[in-house]
Design a protein around this ligand. Structure first.
Ligand code: PMP
Ligand code: GLN
Length: 381
């Protein structure tokens, strides 16, 4: 086992989903929807398979998908991109993040990262020998500490890795926070890698504003997203990175030797998906907001102290309200106690501190499944 993979263990999401299957629990752990995306998108993939799209796609991605990504960025954010040089398709956002870190960050470079971290960030930064500098989001509102962000920059800082809407907290950056990030990035000439996979999942009228749209940011920001969450097709693993040609090409230089290319017939289908009417996108966030409310109310009724998220797939609770003080212990015992699986926050921190008592629950599940999970929890606590 190489030094760089020592201590990595198995990703918490796989572990918790396996636990859910083994114990026949309601899986509110791993973030994936339990209903598939629209039939017209799946039909487009079938058509592409029968239509001869089964050999390697071009390395940067199928041209029809790159053009659709450009249309999407223009339609929602007024961002203009050259599909030939400023867009690259990847094997999910996960590969784009890994290739961006490997392609843009040198060993020893310091990277400012929001903590709690999405788990692949830590692993890939370790593989790249990058040094992570956590900017910790804390309850109750998980806001970005702008002063902390400014104070964390050193002469060795070369980049930031930002995620909004944020996994696991559900925080959506507000205007002041976005401005502070842009200010720090411009002042210190940092590259910004931004993970926006939950871009269409914001609630209560809060909207997602890409960091690339702020003054001085277009030329330094690599924006990453994927079709998984937006179209409820997480297993397809079609992601993308957009931004200035130099950043996209740096990311591609790593990506070409990771997978080279993947998902050829799925790429044109995601192109069809991105061209969905506005009503598709608004209906998605409305439905997810209903599911969020359903789970938040249910968890609260089971006695769990709940933090209501503004975006993403997850609700956070504090388990001290039901008499527990360790999230890992709580989550490992939960299948037996209640027949439900959730994810402990501790695993997303270097030093969990107060987050030891926080637990994450996915609401990307059918209402009946959420109700069953809630009923089990109400009985158990
Ligand atoms: N970033 C975040 C914040 C995520 O939550 C996820 C997965 N849900 C990913 C990246 C990975 O996306 P993909 O499945 O497209 O690789
Ligand atoms: N992003 C999803 C989550 O946070 C899972 C993705 C994965 O399993 N890698 O649960």
């Amino acid at each position: 086992r190489s030094q760089r993979t020592q201590g990595m263990g198995t990703t918490i999401f796989a572990r918790m989903s396996q636990l859910a299957v083994e114990t026949e629990s309601v899986n509110l752990g791993q973030g994936f929807p339990d209903t598939d995306g629209p039939a017209y998108i799946i039909d487009a993939a079938i058509d592409a398979m029968h239509g001869g799209r089964n050999q390697y796609a071009p390395g940067p991605g199928a041209p029809d998908l790159r053009h659709a990504i450009a249309r999407h960025q223009r339609r929602f954010y007024d961002i203009d991109l050259d599909p030939d040089t400023e867009i690259a398709v990847s094997a999910g956002a996960t590969e784009a993040i890994a290739a961006a870190v490997l392609g843009l960050i040198d060993p020893g470079d310091e990277v400012l990262v929001l903590e709690p971290y999405y788990d692949s960030y830590v692993a890939v930064m370790r593989m790249a020998d990058a040094v992570r500098k956590p900017i910790t989001l804390r309850p109750p509102d998980f806001r970005l500490d702008v002063d902390r962000l400014r104070a964390s920059v050193t002469p060795r800082t070369t980049a930031m890795l930002i995620n909004s809407p944020h996994n696991p907290t559900g925080m959506v950056l507000n205007a002041e926070e976005r401005a502070a990030i842009a200010e720090v990035a411009v002042e210190h000439d940092l590259v910004v890698i931004t993970d926006e996979v939950y871009e269409h999942l914001t609630y209560d009228g809060s909207t997602h504003v890409p960091l690339a749209t702020l003054p001085g940011m277009a030329e330094r920001t690599l924006t990453i997203s994927s079709g998984g969450k937006t179209f409820s097709l997480t297993g397809w693993k079609i992601g993308w990175a957009t931004g200035p040609a130099a950043l996209v090409q740096a990311m591609l230089s790593a990506k070409q030797f990771m997978t080279y290319t993947s998902g050829a017939p799925l790429q044109p289908a995601i192109a069809v998906a991105l061209d969905s009417p506005d009503s598709y996108y608004t209906e998605l966030s409305r439905r997810m907001q209903d599911q969020r409310d359903r789970l938040c109310d249910g968890l609260a009724s089971a006695g769990l102290h709940t933090y209501v998220p503004a975006g993403g797939y997850f609700v956070t609770t504090d388990i001290t309200s039901v008499g527990f003080d360790d999230g890992i212990e709580f989550c490992l015992g939960l299948p037996e106690r209640a027949g439900v699986v959730a994810v402990p926050y501790q695993v997303f921190y270097d030093d969990p501190g107060d987050a030891r008592t926080l637990v994450r629950w996915a609401f990307s599940k059918r209402p009946a499944v959420l109700d069953e999970g809630i009923a089990r929890l109400r009985k158990a606590f």
